[in-house]
Design a binder for this molecule. Structure first.
Ligand code: ADP
Length: 295
């Protein structure tokens, strides 16, 4: 299975939301990282065949999904960012409704709904109105509707917004269990959402792809670019102006500050092991600010 995004651009009027975006994907989980406004939702909507690109094409196993959206839709599950449930329906009613909208045979759909409710730990609440569900439960109903047709391509847009930490972890485990044999694309601006989950990472900003790589390669590339030093607390605002600070921890001896920089920022700064969060910050701030790698 191969999903190919080939030089895709999207303009809203004069606003260029995506520019010359290309990506080749096989099965596994792609973590699509980018700050708000980067163009993630726009890309997801194009992949979900809900929006046409202004230029470029998207193919699934060689079939152009822009011209033949039905081919992909049969194999597509999509959980949009602003997924709305019908609060007065219970989970079974809602999923049966969605199955009908998707044109699934109802006999098959009913069996599948039972399986999904079990798998998503919703069976006990399946007859309660969705309006009374927690954020995490609603999100699981959203995932259930995206999985009704056992999709080969699953697109989830910022799925953990509004979930508490426990629900986030549950959601991540759920996706991890579903990853084999599917292309899963998960967009987020929260690195920890994909840290344990993504087999590949794409970082985008201002409609452009900045990096597409394996998480482990991203970490190797970041070696020698993350530093720690201790500064008096009052110096932090100034430091944040002059450097990219990924984290700052208050300790008894002052602020322990994590700085991302191509060079040692201060003589007493110590080089430390990078995380994916450091890599993300590097791509969206240090690297672009300087117009490329400074060396
Ligand atoms: P993200 O999902 O990464 O936050 P979006 O794809 O929603 O990014 O938005 C990308 C850019 O396109 C943003 O600058 C946003 O303001 C703009 N945009 C998104 N949707 C529209 C629209 N319908 N009309 C005009 N501009 C839009």
């Amino acid at each position: 299975m191969e999903l190919l995004i080939d030089q895709v651009s999207k303009k809203y009027g004069s606003k260029q939301a995506l520019g010359d975006f290309s990506l080749r994907l096989g099965s596994g989980v792609l973590g699509l990282l980018g700050p708000n406004g980067a163009g993630k939702s726009t890309l997801m909507k194009i992949l979900a065949t809900l929006m046409h690109p202004t230029e470029g094409k998207v193919t699934l196993d060689g079939i152009n999904i822009v011209n033949n959206p039905k081919e992909l839709r049969k194999n597509l599950g999509y959980l949009p960012q602003d997924f709305g449930v019908y609060p007065n329906l219970n989970a079974i009613e809602f999923l049966e409704y969605m199955a009908a909208v998707k044109g699934l045979p109802m006999k098959l759909a009913k069996l599948r709904i039972q399986d999904l409710l079990e798998a998503l730990n919703l069976a006990q609440d399946a007859k309660r109105k969705i309006g009374g569900y927690s954020g995490g439960m609603k999100q699981r109903v959203g995932i259930a509707q995206a999985l009704l047709n056992d999709p080969k391509v699953l697109i989830v847009d910022e799925p953990t917004v509004g979930l508490d930490p426990e629900e986030r972890i549950r959601f991540r485990n759920l996706l991890a269990n579903m990853a084999s044999g599917r292309i899963i694309i998960l967009s987020t601006h929260i690195v920890s959402d994909i840290e344990s989950l993504a087999s590949q990472i794409a970082i985008m900003s201002e409609g452009r792809l900045l990096q597409h790589t394996l998480p482990e390669d991203l970490l190797v590339e970041m070696e020698g670019k993350v530093w720690e030093c201790t500064v008096p607390s009052r110096k932090l605002p100034e430091l944040q102006q002059s450097h990219v600070v990924s984290r700052a921890f208050q300790r008894s001896d002052g602020m322990h500050v994590r700085i991302i920089s191509n060079r040692r920022p201060f003589p007493d700064a110590e080089m430390i092991a990078p995380t994916l969060e450091d890599a993300y910050l590097y791509y969206i701030s240090v690297r672009t600010e300087n117009g490329g790698d400074e060396e």
